[in-house]
Write a protein that binds this ligand. Structure first.
Ligand SMILES: [Fe+2]
Length: 348
């Protein structure tokens, strides 16, 4: 069965020559009354009240907040040079992706995109800008403390971005699930998740943090430019995640902001989260690196080319041990023409 969203993709010859922040608001009016009204409302009400933003040296406190809330924000994870470098990588890939999508159908809803989902390897670790995220002096000690060991595992990384004009909320979701097989539009099947307990007793939600995602903020994130909303303390919840129509207003306003560019949001990916509207004039990108606990595995396709791997620190090479290409193996990398698989909840 062909996917409805991918059928609508039309190449955009203008995208490559368009400035990054001018790529949005396609077919949408930034000054429409409903958009103006929502923008004013978010300015007034959006954001977690009293959000704590930590310094990189507050390792113990970071671990405590991470286990309490299912996420923690740490400022200055990237220095000015690293931030600039990663912004450049995002700029390049965002232009590549939008040049395949003139009407900004997106692969996570209109004007909303997953980097990894659009990549042939499922990840962006073949770009040095993303590989840099495998071992950062500011983040490695926090990850080591969260996992209680430096033997944790990189599964790759990608992240997401929303263009200005992403006026809809992304539904709340978890980035993990019980093990299941998902039929793909091309007839193949995709295995998702690590295990399924046929007794119905143990769920992935009962585990200590198995899978941690580090999202790096490329811009100062505020009330109206598409901050991620996180629902604190939901990482172990077995309750059904509310659909948009049932989601209470306080959850919609539980955006992780304000936080400055160069900060990292370290998430237990099971915690309920979703994108919020980007009604601003700038692209909000949050490239990421994703890690498994030393004792956890899911299928991990290779995504780090050999030359990138050789350039990593000793610790970087160790965490990338399961995703490095074999010697002599050439990975097929680049952006998928169909921008990748679109989850059922985003299909029309
Ligand atoms: Fe997500």
């Amino acid at each position: 069965m062909a996917d409805a969203a991918s059928q609508q993709l039309v190449p955009d010859d203008q995208a490559e020559s368009t400035a990054l922040n001018d790529l949005g608001w396609v077919g949408r009016d930034r000054d429409a009354p409903a958009v103006r009204q929502l923008r004013e409302y978010l300015k007034e009400h959006n954001g977690i009240k009293g959000l704590e933003v930590l310094r990189p040296d507050e390792v113990e406190r970071a671990v405590r907040l991470f286990y309490r809330d299912g996420f923690v924000v740490v400022s200055d994870a990237l220095d000015a040079r690293q931030l600039d470098f990663l912004r450049g990588g995002c700029d390049r890939v965002i232009h590549e992706m939008t040049s395949r999508d003139r009407t900004r159908v997106g692969n996570r809803g209109s004007h909303r995109y997953s980097f990894g989902g659009a990549s042939k390897t499922g990840h962006l670790m073949h770009h040095p800008e993303w590989a840099m995220l495998l071992d950062l002096p500011t983040v490695t000690p926090i990850l080591t403390a969260i996992f209680g060991s430096d033997e944790y595992i990189s599964r790759g990384g990608g992240g997401d971005f929303c263009l200005p004009g992403a006026v809809e909320y992304q539904p709340l979701h978890s980035d993990m699930g019980e093990r299941r097989e998902i039929p793909l539009p091309n007839g193949n099947r995709f295995t998702f998740g690590s295990f399924h307990d046929p007794r119905g007793i143990l769920s992935y939600r009962d585990l200590p943090a198995p899978y941690v995602c580090c999202n790096f903020l490329m811009v100062d994130v505020h009330e109206t430019n598409g901050a991620t909303r996180q629902i604190p303390g939901t990482q172990h919840s077995r309750q059904p995640i509310p659909a948009l129509a049932e989601e209470p207003e306080w959850m919609k306003l539980s955006a992780v902001c304000p936080a400055s560019a160069g900060s990292v949001m370290i998430r237990d990916v099971r915690a309920w989260h979703g994108g919020t509207p980007n009604l601003s004039d700038e692209v909000r990108a949050i490239p990421n690196a994703e890690f498994y606990a030393p004792w956890f595995r899911e299928p991990m396709p290779p995504s780090v080319p050999r030359d990138i791997y050789e350039s990593l620190s000793e610790h970087g090479r160790r965490v990338a041990r399961y995703i490095v290409a074999d010697p002599g193996q050439t990975l097929e990398t680049g952006v998928r023409d169909d921008l990748g698989y679109v989850p059922a909840r985003h299909r029309k």
